[in-house]
Design a protein around this ligand. Structure first.
Ligand code: ATP
Ligand code: MG
Length: 138
C-alpha cells in the first residue's frame, strides 16, 4: 500500500553538511519526495511536534536540540512508506543502528540522531499537517 510519512533531517545532520547525502539515500531507496523545506523551529514549535514526549525526562533537551539550527521536514511516499523509512533510518540509538542505516552513518548520539520518521499512520497524518499545507504537497 502506498503510504506517506513525515521525515525530518534534524539540525545536527544539516549543520554537519549531511543533508545532501541523506537525500541521496532517500531517493536511491525509491521514495518520492512530495514536499521539502528548510525551516528553523522555535522551542514551542518543537514542543508541539513532540507533544507525546512531554512526560519524558529528555523532552526539554530534545526541544532545545531541535531548535539549535535549521532542519528539513519532508513528506516521503513509498510502498509501506512508514516502516520503509524507519528501516532506512535505523535504531534511535546509533550505537544499536544496523550497518547501512542513516543513523549508523550520520547520528552522533541518541538525541542528535540525524533524522526523524513517523511511527504510525495516525502520527504521520498529524506530523505531515504540522509542517505542510495540502498545497505544498506535490
Ligand atoms: P523520531 O521520533 O525522532 O523519529 P524515534 O521514533 O526513533 O525518533 P522516539 O522514542 O520517538 O525515537 O524519540 C524521539 C526523539 O527523542 C529521538 O529521535 C531522539 O532525538 C530523542 N530521544 C529519544 N530517547 C532519548 C534519550 N534517552 N535521551 C535523549 N534523547 C532521546
Ligand atoms: Mg518517534
Amino acid at each position: 500500500m502506498t503510504q506517506r510519512t513525515l521525515a525530518i533531517i534534524k539540525p545536527d545532520a544539516v549543520s554537519k553538511g549531511a543533508a545532501g547525502a541523506i537525500l541521496s539515500k532517500i531517493e536511491q531507496a525509491g521514495f518520492k519526495v512530495l514536499a521539502a523545506k528548510l525551516i528553523q523551529m522555535s522551542f514551542d514549535d518543537a514542543a508541539g511536534f513532540y507533544a507525546v514526549h512531554r512526560p519524558r525526562p529528555f523532552f526539554k533537551s530534545l526541544c532545545t536540540f531541535m531548535t539549535q539550527g535549521p532542519c528539513i521536514p519532508m513528506v516521503l511516499e513509498a510502498d509501506n512508506g512508514i516502516q520503509k523509512w524507519r528501516d532506512l533510518m535505523g535504531a534511535t540509538d546509533p550505537a544499536k543502528a544496523a550497518a547501512g542505516t542513516i543513523r549508523k552513518e550520520f547520528a552522533s548520539s541518541v538525541e542528535a540522531n540525524a533524522v526523524h520518521g513517523s511511527d504510525a499512520p495516525e502520527t504521520a497524518a498529524f506530523e505531515i499537517a504540522y509542517f505542510f499545507s495540502a498545497l505544498e504537497i506535490h
